[in-house]
Design a protein around this ligand. Sequence first.
Ligand SMILES: Cc1cc2nc3c(=O)[nH]c(=O)nc-3n(C[C@H](O)[C@H](O)[C@H](O)COP(=O)(O)O)c2cc1C
Length: 183
Amino acid sequence: MEFEKVIKERKSIRKFESREVENEKLENIIECARLCQSAKNRQPWSFMILKDEAKNNIADIMLSLFEKNDINIPGYMNSSKSSANVIKNAPVLILVFRENDENWLIGDLLSIGAAIEHICLEAVNLGLGSLWIRDTVYTEKEICKSVGYSDLQLVSAIAIGYSAESPSQRPRKSTSEILISKR
Ligand SMILES: Cc1cc2nc3c(=O)[nH]c(=O)nc-3n(C[C@H](O)[C@H](O)[C@H](O)COP(=O)(O)O)c2cc1C
């Protein structure tokens, strides 16, 4: 697909068809993440592809937050419930981890954000939809433990599959709002 079309067509997808994503497409997606640039070329990322029960376990961990009667869930955490339901509905979930090294925190997070965008754009290129999910943050430690990587930081997750919706472009600031001049 033409590059600009890929950028314009990428939208957050929250409803997916149940059909499986071909392994070859998932390989292409990880390859696009692998080729991403990174601060000091540290490539501070690792990715885990989950499907079926392993994927649903992540959603269950996120939903378990809301089953504890003894804690007051702040309103901003409520989106975690809908993100967990997107994970259940999607055929594939990619977990994105960062090596824990506080010396490189910002550079590494910027690099991982860029790699995640490579993934989301390549998904469009391959006819797939995706949702970048940061709502994993409230249960990050539990998720890392459940997949056997308590030593890593879970930065985000990405739900991937064939889209079952065609959302319109979400609002964006105008160019004049974001392009500033020297004071
Ligand atoms: C860093 C980041 C974290 C996000 N986390 C979530 C999330 O946890 N749940 C969700 O439904 N959407 C999440 N999104 C998607 C945004 O809500 C979405 O990109 C934004 O509303 C603009 O819509 P669009 O992607 O369709 O252009 C996230 C996006 C980014 C870039």
